[in-house]
Design a protein around this ligand. Sequence first.
Ligand SMILES: Nc1ncnc2c1ncn2[C@@H]1O[C@H](COP(=O)(O)OP(=O)(O)OP(=O)(O)O)[C@@H](O)[C@H]1O
Length: 630
Amino acid sequence: MPISYSYSYSYSLSSSSSSSSSSSSVLPKLNPNPRPIQTQLRTQNNRQFPNLKIQSSIRTNHTIHFLKPYLISQQKPILYGWLCSAISVYSLSNLLSKFSAITTATTTVDVTQGFALGGLVLVRLIATYAQHALLWEASLNAVYDLRVHVFDRVLQRELAYFEANDAVSSGDVAYRITAEASDLAQTLYALLNTIVPSSLQLSAMIMHMLAISPVLSLISAMVIPCMVLVVAFLGQELGKISKKSHISVAALSAYLNEILPAILFVKANNAELLESTRFRRLALMDNSAKLNKKRMKALIPQVIQAIYFGVLSILCTGSVVISKGSFDRCSLVSFVTSLLFLIEPIQDVGKAYNEWRQGEPAIERLFAMTKFKNKVVEKPDAVDLDHVTGDLKFCDVSFKYNDSLPLILNGLNLHVRTGEVVAIVGPSGGGKTTLAKLLLRLYDPISGSILIDNQNIQDIRLQSLRRHVGVVSQDITLFSGTVAENIGYWDLTTKIDLERVKRVAQTAYADEFIRKLPEGYKTNIGPRGSTLSGGQRQRLAIARAFYQNSSVLILDEATSALDSKSELLVRQAVERLMENRTVLVISHRLETVMMAKRIFLLDNEKLEELPRSTMLNGHMDSLISSGRIV
Ligand SMILES: Nc1ncnc2c1ncn2[C@@H]1O[C@H](COP(=O)(O)OP(=O)(O)OP(=O)(O)O)[C@@H](O)[C@H]1O
């Protein structure tokens, strides 16, 4: 199993999933008796959302608790936004009083009154605009901070999280951080816009009504409990529908994330029709989930309005009849206008509640990714290594992936001296790549220790360790960007040393083909380096390892599956790369193995040194035919 590197997480996730998923994603669907769609999706969803059960148990107050720091950090625009809403409501109240006075006045309206009205309208418009703009700013900024936090936490998760058989798929992770986080902005905005602005408008209108007729106001207030009950019920239903919608769209995104990188496999297997059918099934599920959600969202305001106006008209007609004669025309106009302006905040409260119900699953799913405890932990007093000579020791190392799985390594011992090249051969699944993962501290052994320059790697800062241990694998990770950015990846966010990039490319025999590219070192190589040949991609990876210039190097099948000319170039590049470094070669190829000074066979959880003569005398063939080397 090749190592997939943490080049950039989203990237390595997709590349690793592409290689490993291509068969799993396509082959099972060749089953002539496919299970019903619902069952398939349920299974798929269970696989993609293993934390769903746990997530649903997270209570609303926890969700609010999660969001609190992000909202507090945006207190300035929030407070200003609320201040604007107070101004807006104040001008509306004044507007209503003046308006009812004008509409019932017996004398003609003078210019000053007209200007005052116009002024109030203008103030309300500007204040309302500022309120919306500021509250959107706060919501979007909070979501930006949250996204950054969630992505950082995802990067901090150990490899086991991504490799486990119930791992959250890269498509799902991407969906949560992109689409669901975007939806969250809408939820936050609805909340912020309700807590103060709608409450203010609600209170202002109620006070207005109370001043005109306390009896009528109290009767009108009876409509509120009815609304609350209906909104709460519908909101709960909307929450359930929303969860289904989140799951179906995430399944669609996860599917696309798996299948698009495997497009070569799809075409080579004439699987376009099959994949189109699978896509249609998922898209249909998503469509109907979305439609249900939209229907519910469209229904809720209509139900609120129907109840509001229905109950109010009955109550008001009754009460006007009862209080006949005690009400002047001006008061009636004012009362009814206030009632009309009351519906807006009531609807906003309902809307915010519903937004919250539909946003809650997204918040839970986002935060579920941030709550974890890594097994590989950096000690607080871990040291930085400035310089490493490259002396490696594996002392009595035993390892298994988890308690229910068998041992992969059992009391393994190996000493690789500074500058030495050692090859590890063995049967497929024997644990060669696992050994490399342990050296990079992507996993910790269950017992024993690994030392670099006599320092236990568990006492070294992870960043420092991985800076000194470079990897070149057959599963090369390149990303869309220029050639220079791919080679100088280590300095991507600072400043790539272009001279050094060119120098290392020459050393890796890559300079010649790079110069022939349309824009040389500035050529964009497409997603995952798709515009390059296998050999060119390998030489870029080798150039990148030169750029990193680590003292210890892991070569995992670096010279596989190339034509003889490319292979020669890659092998020469590898030979140069090996100079003056401690190298662990994991290989099945005799030519690569023979570059090593010592050769070890990893089989049955143990290491056994093979005399070089074994390999030279053609004994490798007999080891291959007996299955001890693949
Ligand atoms: N993340 C994982 N979780 C559980 N088991 C794993 C995991 N990764 C690898 N394994 C198992 O550990 C064993 C060793 O795997 P490893 O990739 O180290 O073998 P390898 O010698 O490199 O094989 P190959 O030569 O085929 O690449 C295999 O049985 C494999 O199925």
